[in-house]
Ligand binder design. Sequence first.
Ligand code: PMT
Length: 402
Amino acid sequence: MSQGRVLLAVSGGIAAYKIPDLIRALKRAGHSVRCALTPAAGRFVTPLTLQTLSGEAVRSELFDPAEEGQIDHVALADWADVVVVAPATAHLLARMAHGLADELVTTLLLATRAPVLVAPAMNVNMWENPATRENCERLRARGVWFVGPESGLLACGWEGEGRMAEPAAIADAVERVLAPPSLRGETLLVTAGGTREPLDAVRALTNRSSGKMGFAVAREAARRGAEVVLVAGPSALETPPGVERVDVETALEMREAVFRALPRAGVVVMTAAVADFRPAQREQHKIKKEDLAEDAGLTLELVRNPDILAEVCRTPGTRTVVGFAAESRDVIEAARRKLRRKGCDLLVANDVSRTDAGFDTDTNAVSFVWPGGDVEELPLLSKAQVAAHLLDRVEKLREERA
Ligand code: PMT
């Protein structure tokens, strides 16, 4: 168990009443905890409670001479091995996303070089608001960790996503953030997103893959110290810190980029939704219906794309290869057949029949399907958490083989 220095930044939300339990969980795990409060946080949980449980003075003012005299705010930001923001309100996430430093907590967040873990808590409509979504996307792209929020009955009376993760889940996430760089010396090749197969000058065949799953794997691998090459189909996501990104459009381009990087890779994780077929020919100009007979349909001829994963698995070497399979029915059986056909070391079966999993969602529901027949079903998790579980399995495989 890593024993770290946890700076707990508490903002003003009703979920702050759970913070005493979080402090207890962190202390039980052997961590030192110091608390910093936004001006509103003290209305929901008293500084005296937090001070008693953490055993440390609590800070709430940026320029209070007495507080600064004990430990100045920059020293506090430097002290932390991890900063946990719980609860993280919509307003605090917005200020973080824009780099504001208008009171103690935001100033600490801007000054620290430690990893930051946020546990959002708010009304479901605020959580689903595009402004909050964009702010979270921006923070994720900067490497900020998220735990929760969870679904359920909210304090405001609404039901839905917005409840702060339970203290035990936040404490677990802290362990993962503090984990040592276990993939140092390893090179990971990750594919992400969907491919786009042009039909004419303006149209293309594609799918709804956003790249979120693959980007999460790349981000987590980089955090664990790996060198990461991310071969990405068209995606609006920002490149995770420390990741080498190769943008491609078609399956043929993806294949080329994968085989260029393959000699360096000890681990290959293929989350991309690669088009199995592409138009036999790409029209140079836009196909116009006026050029066709009145009421005539249009028949497209498609040809097969190469199966990149199967080709990688057939390429001699000692690398570990993980495939993904998006399935909407008979998920495990379909994944088992795919695993046998492609020959990878592990197949991640992705249940895409649910609205909260699969394409373009922040959460995912997956099972690990092993060549020996074993299946490990994971609960609904954030894609970052799925990535962490996946890389835990990859590390174990590598250790067993070494
Ligand atoms: O990007 P997101 O919005 O986050 O969505 C993530 C995801 C749902 C796309 C991802 O989690 C997922 O399930 N990816 C697999 C998509 C899929 O349906 O793959 P498949 O069943 O067509 O192929 C199985 C495996 O072979 C995959 O690893 C795929 O990358 C690979 N493949 C497939 C076809 C092909 N021509 N070449 C390949 O390498």
